[in-house]
Design a protein. Structure first.
Length: 439
């Protein structure tokens, strides 16, 4: 860091959050990209926005006691990080995974504050979860845990206060259990989003992140005289985001030639059919199962080798740290001209820098996968109006939102002299939106 104030602010945040590596990494990345703003506007330093935006408004930590199938009592820890509510209620997912700790949740809540601001919807940032790991638990144990978790969390949330949603380990089923428990205490259906359709959910929310990613990417491509039409695409993962990215990229004229899962990847030059993929992956089966539905597909182990397949566009939609520097070099050698992130943090920082240096168009997750949380806001509106939106209404508004995000982010990057740097543009535009409302 070169800017004196930014450097000082980061030193203060590091000092206050010693040992919280994930959180400090997230803060550093954002602070660094805000240096041009502070170089141009040194007068902002006295408002201390950086120190204020990095400190959560409130952190709630609680004990969750529940009974396993043997009737034995188990203890887990629950959290809710209420990061920033300058532009609207705290908003962000709940993650159930053994890796969950305060540093991870604080980093995600910090990122979420910027992402939510990009959508143009009045939503602040938050994140929560538990070190409870659903893997290896029976459905009844997961249900009991969700009820016990919400019994502790419900006093702190509400549709105008803090609106959690799903994240890793928390899908529609878990949100269904959580809202059932919440409604026993308070009649406020808009308090959770990502709900099943019969419990106040929104048509189109399931598809939103994958579709939104493709709308953003198409706008970015069009802006550079390119499009999905006729392009060969690789998409990592075969879960919610990847499947609907495959559906929309195909609809926009691309051929999705490769996809992956935790164990391996498939290549099908004839194009992967997302409906067949959904069937093949039923019950979290191996993606190798896709071979039953296609005569042309091939399967191989080691999912990272997917990125060695020659293609034009890459959409990492599985997990964090999928693309490292070596992988980025392979993509450049293979002639890939666009990478847009569907997953959160799938590309390492040095890999992003390499792709940008080599003129690969790069869509950062904060902007390119914001369609999911954007549609969560539509779910909040639907619940507040006590109405039912159609799929088409959601999809049309999602498309408008993603096109708007692309241009706002690009304009911010352009104003600070690096128009192709959408990472910087997303951080700057998010920062400007939040700080405008911070008193
Ligand atoms: P899912 O659990 O539905 O899907 C994840 C997919 O990634 C699965 O197919 C999984 O394989 C695969 N996978 C996991 N690890 C690897 C790996 N190392 N290599 C290749 N594939 C792997 O999750 P989502 O699709 O919901 O989320 C994916 C990402 O997108 C996460 O980072 C999430 O935080 C982010 N995101 C999701 C949003 C949403 O609306 N769902 C919104 C914004 C961001 P397997 O099937 O074998 O388990």
């Amino acid at each position: 860091m070169k800017n004196k104030y930014v450097k000082q602010a980061y030193a203060e945040v590091s000092n206050r959050n010693k040992g919280e590596t994930q959180f400090l990494n997230a803060v550093k990345e954002v602070f660094e990209s805000l240096e041009p703003v502070y170089d141009a506007h040194p007068e902002l330093a006295k408002k201390k926005y950086l120190e204020r935006i990095a400190e959560p408004q409130r952190v709630i930590e609680f004990k969750v006691e529940w009974k396993d199938d043997n009737g034995d009592i188990q203890v887990n820890r629950g959290y809710r990080v209420q990061q920033n509510n300058a532009i609207g209620p705290f908003k962000g997912g709940l993650r159930f995974n053994q890796s969950v700790n305060l540093s991870i949740l604080k980093s995600l809540a910090f990122e979420q504050t910027f992402k939510n601001a990009l959508t143009g919807c009045p939503m602040g940032g938050g994140k929560g979860g538990s070190d409870f790991d659903p893997h290896g638990k029976s459905p009844a144990e997961i249900e009991r845990f969700c009820h016990a978790f919400m019994k502790q969390l419900y006093p702190y949330i509400g549709s105008k206060k803090d609106v959690p949603a799903g994240d890793l380990g928390v899908g529609g089923t878990e949100i269904g259990y959580l809202i059932d428990e919440y409604l026993k205490h308070r009649k406020d259906i808009g308090t959770l989003t990502g709900k099943p359709l019969d419990k106040g959910g929104l048509k189109g929310r399931t598809e939103a992140t994958g579709y939104g990613l493709c709308y953003f990417t198409e706008e970015m491509l069009n802006d550079h005289g390119k499009s999905f039409k006729g392009a060969k695409v690789l998409i990592s993962g075969s879960g919610n985001v990847s499947t609907y990215a495959c559906a929309k990229a195909t609809e926009l004229g691309a051929t999705v030639i490769g996809m992956s899962d935790r164990n391996g990847y498939i290549v099908d030059e004839a194009g992967i059919d997302y409906k067949k993929l959904i069937k093949a992956k039923e019950g979290r089966a191996s993606i190798e199962n896709y071979l039953k539905y296609s005569d042309t597909a091939k399967y191989a182990e080691n999912p990272t080798d997917l990125f060695k397949v020659k293609a034009d566009i890459v959409l990492p939609c599985a997990t964090q740290n999928e693309i490292d520097l070596d992988t980025a070099k392979t993509l450049v050698t293979n002639g890939v001209y666009a990478v847009a992130e569907g997953a959160n943090l799938p590309t390492k920082l040095d890999a992003i820098a390499y792709l940008q240096e080599n003129k690969v168009l790069f869509g950062p997750a904060k902007a390119s996968n914001a369609g999911g949380v954007g549609c969560s806001y539509f779910e909040m509106c639907q619940n507040a109006e006590d109405s039912k939106w159609t799929f088409n209404k959601t999809d049309k508004k999602l498309h408008e939102m993603m096109v708007g995000i692309y241009h706002n982010v690009k304009d911010a990057a352009e104003r600070y002299g690096d128009k192709e740097n959408l990472v910087m543009g997303a951080n700057i535009f998010g920062f400007e939106t939040v700080t405008k409302k911070m008193k």
